[in-house]
Design a protein around this ligand. Sequence first.
Ligand SMILES: *Cc1c(COP(=O)(O)O)cnc(C)c1O
Length: 396
Amino acid sequence: MLSERAGRIQPSPTLAMDAKAKAMKAAGIDVVNFGVGEPDFDTPEHIKEAAVKALRDGCTKYTPVGGIDPLKDAIIEKLRRDNDLRYSREEIIVSCGAKHSLYNIAQALFNPGDEVLIPSPYWVSYPDQVLLNDATPVFLKTVESDRFTLQPEDLEAHITEKTRALILNSPSNPTGLTYDRERLEKIAEIVMKHDIYVISDEIYEKLTYDGVPHVSIASLDPVLKEKTIVVNGVSKSYAMTGWRIGYAAGPKDVIRAMTNIQSQSTSNPTSIAQWAAVVALTGPQDFIATMREEFERRRSFLVDELNAIPGVHCLMPTGAFYAFPRTNHFYGRAANGRTISSSADLALYLLEEGKVALVPGGAFGDDNHVRLSYATSLGELKKGVERIRHALQKLS
Ligand SMILES: *Cc1c(COP(=O)(O)O)cnc(C)c1O
């Protein structure tokens, strides 16, 4: 008999879809994979070299639980340079990925019965991490016509005595959209009035398009900064998903609690990966610009092509590497004797009939859409979109 806790959650649906696509590929089927949640670029050479050097230099032992000082200092400098935020070492923790930092936050902050506000559609792990830590996710539905951003009035209407925190994610996975300063200021005002924590997941900070700036909500007010935990990492910015280095910056008491929790679970993140992350953050940054420009080009191509398919509507994303087209036009339609009545049906149909893998919006709390990642070559994007067009045209 497993724990009651283990029964509360599901395996990550994005990883499940990815596994199915990979299994088809392994069976020799040519699948175009729009399901991936990581850059298709390789980690820059100078970062790999730093890891090799760390290995040769014998940096192979335990490090301080919350990260080596040179990495904390590199993070402090990054937050100052990019986000105009000032922190000390006691306000920083390095974890085994941003996902792990988020988990530590949930462990450090939530009590049974606490309510945690999550704008929907949301990244898949937020609700499950809340549930694993005995708190209750409260979803704040956002709408496409408002570019999937949280309405300040809606936020205010959902705050109760039990509300502990709001989770924000800009640029957003899955919508690819971003919050502008004006909207964040309105949200900040409400959050400060009710004195709740903000958990700000800024992992896609470096991937914004059309000149849209990234704004960290923590930078808007020194009082709010004391109630905000900023989460970021090297996975998406430096194509380092496998290295497992993420970090959080926030009030000393929260960071101390997170570090204690980490000391009793994983201990320090991998020593070698930490030394590589120092070089990622302090070394040449031109890789980011190259990757960003390539993503911007692909985004425009993919979204224009999607909007040219009758029945599909897709907002132009301003960040991350996802497109989130509306597909409910096809629900109730059928082909080859199978009826499509949800985003999951559509994703399965497109995988089996169209040989295209994508993630159903239901996984993110929005059944009217699907998520496509454009972290794949322009050639694959072209081929994949053609297959989608063809498969959707068969539905009637
Ligand atoms: C990829 C991702 C993360 C996790 O990043 P890691 O540092 O690899 O753990 C966190 N939040 C969002 C929204 C992501 O898409």
